[in-house]
Design a protein around this ligand. Structure first.
Ligand code: ADP
Ligand code: MG
Length: 262
């Protein structure tokens, strides 16, 4: 076989195997191998490593899309000095992602604006970047989706969906009271992930007030808390809203400038 037809065969093999990145890089890689007089082994390795990099990048992009994280914040962006009630070493430990190994839950409790969502999302990104499947949802969205699923006869599929990700983030539990079917949906999601997959949950209500979220049924609240807390890391975040704090700092600065001018 001539060199030209071997080359065509090789291109056809790469196309059949859907190795698009390697196919695209082939002419340049051949050129380079000739110029560098590289070995056959070195050539094969470098061509395939291009395909491997492309595959990993695609996988990463698909995990990131699936995760639906609502903001780009990473743990590194969190200003710990502004929020002394958050234990920095505990967050650093969580960012190592060892908590995913034994399905430990993370509960972030505190008033609005103190960084609960930011920390949960930051852990989410850390897990995505480590190659784990993550899914972010608000409690309201979870409940609405389960409601639709029940109507359309897709309850079991939907429950499997929430059981799937290695880390499930449930944001904003407690802003809306969950009664009846809504409480049952969240309860089932928590129950089926129990000891199998981590949940990072944010709430504005301290665990003592959880009965209020499930006003129909304090037993559901107690049973859910039992499962969530059994193996968990809990952050009770207090202090003022980070946004308010920045507004106040800016206002103080303006005022002090004004005062100097007087
Ligand atoms: P919560 O979920 O507790 O209501 P968020 O996480 O949404 O609060 O935080 C509100 C805003 O303030 C977000 O834009 C967030 O990025 C920012 N923020 C809060 N805490 C911090 C912090 N310690 N360092 C940097 N930004 C913060
Ligand atoms: Mg929030």
């Amino acid at each position: 076989m001539s060199e030209a037809s071997t080359y065509q065969e090789l291109r056809a093999h790469l196309a059949t195997l859907r190795l698009a990145a390697a196919a695209e890089a082939l002419p340049a890689e051949l050129e380079r191998a000739r110029a560098d007089k590289s070995s056959h082994t070195a050539f094969a390795e470098s061509l395939l490593s291009i395909e491997v990099d492309a595959t990993l990048a695609r996988r990463q992009a698909s995990l990131a899309r699936f995760a639906s994280l609502p903001s780009p914040w990473r743990i590194a962006d969190f200003d710990f000095d502004a929020q002394p009630s958050v234990d920095r070493s505990m967050v650093t430990e969580l960012a190592s992602l060892r908590f995913l190994d034994d399905a430990t839950n993370v509960l972030l409790i505190g008033p609005p604006g103190v960084g609960k969502t930011m920390l949960a999302v930051g852990l989410g990104w850390a897990a995505v970047e480590a190659g784990y499947r993550v899914y972010y949802t608000t409690a309201a969205d979870l409940v609405a989706r389960c409601h639709r699923a029940a109507l359309e006869g897709r309850w079991a599929t939907t429950m499997r969906f929430y059981a799937g990700p290695r880390l499930l983030i449930v944001d904003e539990v407690g802003y809306l009271p969950l009664a009846g079917e809504a409480a049952a949906a969240l309860f089932q999601v928590v129950t089926q992930r129990y000891l199998k997959g981590s949940i990072a949950l944010t709430t504005n209500l301290g665990v003592g007030a959880w009965g209020r979220i499930f006003n129909d049924d304090p037993m559901v609240a107690a049973a859910m808390l039992d499962r969530l807390l059994h193996r968990s890391v809990v952050f009770n975040i207090d202090g003022e809203s980070y946004r308010m704090r920045t507004h106040r700092a800016r206002a103080d600065k303006l005022r002090s400038k004004g005062a100097k001018r007087d």
